[in-house]
Design a protein around this ligand. Structure first.
Ligand code: SF4
Length: 730
């Protein structure tokens, strides 16, 4: 852990961000996220647009060297120059030389993440050039001397009142700045003169098209186009990944970028320029000569071409920096980019960018804030598998620079495939199946020990398991053992194999029994698989090889059942998501396809049985009991919450459902000392919804083990799995 922030220090930093910035970040990101849902709901072809955008990006990155050459030739033909910079130092030196040539003392700059990545402002200021940010949020941060906390709304962590106070202190304005309009007008006045007087206008580029040299600038305030129009020299700085083959390719991105990021059907300003533009310069008073215009494009590699060669990081280059992954992330909604982000980039995709540009260590501080829930993958307009990028980088960080150096010290002593230097906390949670097996075998001693204050103190000190959390209770007698002595239905309609996950087999055995009773009542013969662990626990810690081992064991154990025509049924949504989705990365394609297409969540399967004629009267009657139901993140991502809700409703429960997408626990995440506070902060909304006059006395029902643990802590009311509500007695 040398050189890394300690768990306690990380916890303290997160607490500080929660206290000082959390409220503004939560309300702004949730507003963006709600807006995204509303805006994309109006798009009939939303999924097709995402597929189209993805295909264009895949093609563009595949053909990137060719497109760089083509764009260079096109821009030179148009009268501009192109410079391909290897890294930040190279880019900054070239920009400085362009400013020298233009005899420029001041630059008006529109919002550009790439220039932030390069540290252009700092470099130019050291060279004696004044740089003014013209994007309102960036300008606020320039005045406040703070770092951005969000990809598209950099000052999202600041409230209106804080910005007003900043302006009052810094500028001592003649009139009070009370409303958002006052603040915007004040900023506009301050910036207008500086834009008009700038020697050089500098922009980024959201997209560049190789066929015509056209650039698309997508902004909320229009200052980018003013920046370009007023000065005679325009320098654009863009990562090489911004190149698309043709102008026609812009269409899906224009449709998606505003909707995905801020929930706007179309972003306020979408400027398409083919520089050098053929328009007179304008300094606020006088029109200049269009022939005086110069255009210089600085294309930036800075690690991108190496990312292109890296099978796992390559997808990062498809990113259009819309911020949907951040806005949809429960943890980001609480802490924002000052905790969940690196030097430049923020949110889930920040791991890919920071690791690609600065090496994996650059993502170390915040990478664990991605819990792999995969909501961001749904939100991403180019369908980037953001959780996988986070997992791979976590795995590389676990392995360090010299992965095999001390492995002989742990060979044969650990139940995993990980290196000697792996953090103990990760090793503990990643091998929880072993812990659970031992815990179950040694009950009740294991349960007394786990609950005893001294043990909890030791677990916190040694493993970073927060002592405010109740440790899970192990059950003596596993589900597999219970099921062995059970008689099959006399004349079953079908057969299934139940993959009893670690929690269902060793701890929440009752829900496994309920699943079996339910299936049997519907004339299904249930076999129980010889494996329990899907690899989810290991994967969540970035222990990819250990997860792969588990995946292979699951595939081997299930193969004879699949050969016998049995479907696979599972109780825990996060384990089902492994078979449905994550195994794509861990198993051969054919094996993955077979497991993925034949695996079902328990109530999804029951729903299918009922649709195909099974008798609903065989299930328990809800008798109008009032329940409050919370579905699991991955269950929602897989589109399966509706099946559970339909069945609970059909058998007669009086149900309200939570509108909260995440409970905040996310497996082991909420148990970790460094993340306890953010986990509980995420859970606050759920607690609020289940303690209203309408819900406070309802029985709490949830589909995920983590959700059960979190709800128990948040509400002090036990949670029940929905299958226990529909299972008949006996
Ligand atoms: S990863 Fe996807 S959702 Fe996140 S910023 Fe990039 S394009 Fe947007």
């Amino acid at each position: 852990m040398s050189g890394k922030t300690s768990k306690r220090a990380k916890a303290a930093k997160i607490r500080d961000v929660l206290d000082t910035e959390g409220a503004a970040i939560e309300s702004n990101t949730q507003g963006f996220n709600d807006g995204r849902y509303e805006s994309v709901a109006d798009l009939e072809n939303y999924e097709a647009l995402k597929d189209e955008a993805r295909t264009i990006k895949e093609d563009a990155i595949e053909r990137l060297p060719e497109l760089i050459d083509k764009l260079t030739a096109t821009i030179e033909e148009n009268g501009g120059t192109v410079y391909l910079a290897d890294d930040a130092a190279d880019a900054n030196a070239h920009i400085e030389s362009l400013l020298d040539d233009a005899d420029a003392d001041n630059v008006a700059k529109s919002k550009s993440m790439t220039t932030e990545e390069l540290g252009v402002n700092e470099h130019l200021e050291r060279a004696g050039v004044d740089v003014v940010e013209t994007d309102l949020g960036e300008w606020v941060l320039q005045v406040a001397e703070e770092a951005p906390s969000h990809l598209v709304a950099p000052a999202i962590h600041k409230s209106r009142a804080e910005i007003a106070e900043l302006f009052e202190d810094h500028f001592d304005p003649d009139v009070p700045l009370e409303t958002a309009e006052d603040l915007t007008n004040f900023a506009r006045e301050q910036l207008a003169d500086q834009i008009a007087a700038a020697d050089v206008g500098m922009t980024g580029a959201n997209f560049l098209t190789a066929d015509s040299g056209t650039m698309a600038l997508v902004t909320s305030e229009g200052n980018a186009r003013k920046t370009v129009a007023s000065a005679d020299t325009h320098i654009a700085v863009a990562g090489v990944e911004k190149i698309l083959p043709s102008v026609e390719d812009l269409q899906p991105f224009v449709e998606l970028i505003g909707r995905s990021g801020t929930g706007q059907d179309i972003t306020s300003y979408i400027s398409l320029l083919t520089p050098p533009i053929d328009a007179p310069t304008f300094d606020g008073d006088h029109l200049g000569d269009p022939d005086d215009r110069e255009f210089h494009l600085v294309l930036v590699d800075n690690g991108r071409m190496a990312m292109r060669e890296d099978d796992d990081l390559r997808e990062t280059l498809y990113c259009i920096r819309c911020s949907a992954c951040a806005n949809s992330c429960a943890n980001f909604q609480q802490v924002g980019g000052h905790a969940f982000g690196g030097e430049t980039y923020t949110g889930g995709i920040a791991t890919g960018w920071e690791a690609g540009i600065g090496g994996e260590e650059a993502a170390d501080e915040f990478n664990d804030l991605c819990t792999g829930c995969s909501r961001c993958t749904e939100a991403c307009p180019v369908k980037i598998d953001i959780p996988w990028i986070n997992t791979v980088v976590r795995d590389r960080l676990n392995r360090g620079d010299d992965p095999g150096a001390f492995d002989h010290l742990v060979t044969g002593l650990t139940p995993d495939e990980e290196p000697a230097g792996l953090d103990l906390q990760k090793r503990f949670f990643g091998n929880f199946a072993t812990v659970a097996k031992l815990g179950s075998a040694f009950t009740p001693v294991s349960n007394w020990a786990a609950a005893a204050p001294p043990s909890r103190w030791i677990a916190e000190k040694l493993l970073g398991v927060d002592r405010r959390r109740e440790m899970p209770t192990f059950t003596r007698g596993t589900l597999r053992k219970w099921a062995k002595g059970r008689e099959s239905p006399a004349d079953p309609e079908r057969e299934v194999v139940l993959l009893a996950d670690t929690y269902t087999n060793y701890m929440h055995v009752e829900r496994g029994k309920a699943a079996i009773r339910t299936l049997e009542a519907l004339d299904v013969d249930v076999h129980v698989a010889d494996v329990t662990e899907s690899g989810r626990a290991a994967l969540s810690q970035g222990m990819v090889e250990t997860a792969r081992d588990h995946a292979e064991d699951v595939a081997d154990a299930l193969e004879p059942h699949l050969d016998a025509g049995r479907d696979v049924v599972m109780v825990e949504p996060s384990d089902l998501a492994m078979l449905r989705d994550d195994y794509r990365r861990l198993l051969p394609e054919e094996t993955f396809d077979r497991l993925s297409t034949n695996s079902y969540e328990i109530l999804e399967y029951v729903y299918g049985l009922l649709e195909n004629g099974a008798d609903i009267d065989a299930l328990a009657d809800g008798e109008g009991e009032e329940i409050a139901y919370h579905s699991h993140c991955q269950q929602r991502t897989l589109g399966l919450a509706a099946h559970t809700e339909a069945i609970l409703d059909e058998v007669g429960y009086d149900m309200v459902t939570s509108e909260v997408e995440c409970c905040g626990m996310a497996g082991s995440f909420g148990f970790k000392q460094q993340y306890y506070d953010v986990s509980m902060a995420v859970g606050d909304d759920l607690a609020e919804q289940f303690t209203t006059p309408e819900t406070a006395d309802r029985r709490v029902v949830a589909s995920g083990t983590s959700c059960h643990d979190q709800l128990t802590d948040l509400l002090d009311r036990p949670a029940t799995h929905p299958v226990e509500l529909v299972a008949p007695e006996n």
